[in-house]
Design a protein around this ligand. Structure first.
Ligand SMILES: *[C@@H]1O[C@H](CO)[C@@H](O)[C@H](O)[C@H]1NC(C)=O
Ligand SMILES: *[C@@H]1O[C@H](CO)[C@@H](O)[C@H](O)[C@H]1NC(C)=O
Ligand SMILES: *[C@@H]1O[C@H](CO)[C@@H](O)[C@H](O)[C@H]1NC(C)=O
Length: 386
């Protein structure tokens, strides 16, 4: 899930034992199930939401109930609908009690977004599972970077929505943060770390992509960040006002609007507008057009045609500011964020990010002239960082 492990010698998970057709059908079914189950499930009130949603869903599907349709095959349409809706006399009675809250298939998503968003409806999002929430794990390092960061970057935590993928991570999130959301999905066990390009990995990455589509469709801009990104300074000032999409680069070739850059979806800003909504639709379709590829590859495969079709402005972020282990920014005076990309394995990421934070701590404690002198450098090499 820690996106952008596009380089290096990863293990490629194989699903070759499953025929393409079967896995296509399974995948399609799973995508449908995911859409249906994107809802929050905090204890208490949440259960009410879910059952309200369930019952309204049952109402609308009732007319299709085979038995009732057959039994009333000769009846007029009105009768058919009434009978199908349950008991004729009950339906004829006063109007059915309205569902209390407007039931949403996304549970409390809109509530959480509203609370967390800036005045211009922007949220920062990250997505985690249990393996990353344990004390001393990646989530801790992530938070620590905000606290050690400069220029008020820690205030951005007010706008961070943490999307959790399993109930335990959701509970853990609520202990440490105000804006937590439980994205309920099925078919994948999200608790553990996923092998790059395994079937679960693909499912998870495409699920994440679908969820991002939902956010822009709800009218929110988002800056998605992997949790293995350290935030040292406010990155928003490097996102152009004119960009519909701004994406970090594994390798930045010097021109922010050249499609020749190598994107990394682990740090991705998307402005909500109808160009980006269309873009996400094509992106999701790309899952089936280029079956078996992950969303980052598909982004690369569709970027040219989509840019031509939608006139969408895609900005690739300069690794001097929005950096990663793939192309490391060595200027601590400029760096805003640092992603443990080009690095496989939770242990390796943690090791190197701890080293990064140690150096950053010393850097921020030093007087301005020493900082400017450039004497502070990352401790190299680490396991991945070099
Ligand atoms: C309709 O209502 C009657 C009386 O309340 C009940 O006996 C019958 O089982 C109900 N039928 C259905 C299909 O719910
Ligand atoms: C795009 O959005 C604008 C409003 O922001 C709307 O007027 C326009 O019809 C939309 N275009 C399409 C193609 O949906
Ligand atoms: C940070 O500073 C302390 C004190 O000067 C030093 O002992 C330590 O090695 C430094 N750590 C790093 C990672 O540079």
């Amino acid at each position: 899930m820690l996106g952008g492990k596009m380089k290096g010698g990863e293990t490629v998970g194989s699903s070759s034992s499953i025929s393409p057709l079967v896995s296509f059908v399974l995948g399609a079914a799973m995508a449908t199930v995911c859409i249906l189950f994107v809802m929050s499930a905090s204890p208490g009130r949440r259960l009410a939401d879910i059952s309200a949603w369930r019952s309204s869903a049952e109402d609308t599907t009732a007319p299709l109930h085979p038995q009732e349709v057959t039994a009333d095959a000769d009846a007029g349409d009105e009768q058919l609908v009434a009978a199908a809706a349950g008991n004729f006399t009950v339906v004829a009675a006063p109007a059915p009690a309205p569902v209390q809250a407007p039931a949403s298939p996304y549970g409390d998503l809109e509530e959480v977004l509203q609370r967390a968003a800036t005045a211009d409806k922007t949220v920062i999002m990250t997505q985690i599972n249990l393996a990353w929430t344990k004390p001393g794990s990646l989530l801790d390092l992530f938070f620590e970077s905000f606290r050690l960061g400069e220029g008020g970057v820690s205030r951005l935590l007010d706008h961070l929505v943490i999307v959790t993928m399993d109930p335990a991570a959701y509970e853990q999130c609520q202990v440490v943060h105000r804006h937590c959301y439980f994205l309920r999905t099925t078919g994948v066990d999200y608790r553990s770390e996923k092998m790059f390009m395994s079937k679960d990995y693909l499912e998870m990455m495409w699920g994440r992509n679908k969820f991002q589509q939902t956010i822009v469709e709800l009218g929110y801009n988002f800056l998605f960040t992997d949790v293995d990104v350290m935030w040292f300074r406010d990155p928003f000032r490097h996102i152009s006002m004119g960009a519909d999409i701004a994406i970090s680069s594994d390798v930045f070739i010097g021109d922010p609007y050249s499609l020749g850059n190598f994107p990394n979806g682990g740090f991705l800003f998307v402005r909500s507008n109808n160009k980006t909504i269309e873009f996400y639709k094509s992106w999701q379709q790309g899952r089936w057009r280029f079956f078996g590829k992950h969303e980052q590859d598909v982004f690369n495969l569709i970027k040219h045609e989509q840019q031509a079709k939608l006139d969408i402005a895609i900005q690739f972020l300069d690794t001097t500011y929005i950096s990663g282990f793939c192309q490391l920014s060595k200027d601590l005076n400029k760096i805003c964020t640092l992603h443990a990309n080009c690095c496989v394995g939770l242990g390796a990421k943690m090791h190197d990010l701890r080293g990064v934070l140690d150096v950053w701590r010393n850097y921020t404690a030093a007087p301005p002239d020493e900082r400017r002198s450039g004497k502070f450098q990352w401790k190299l090499p680490g396991i991945c960082i070099h």
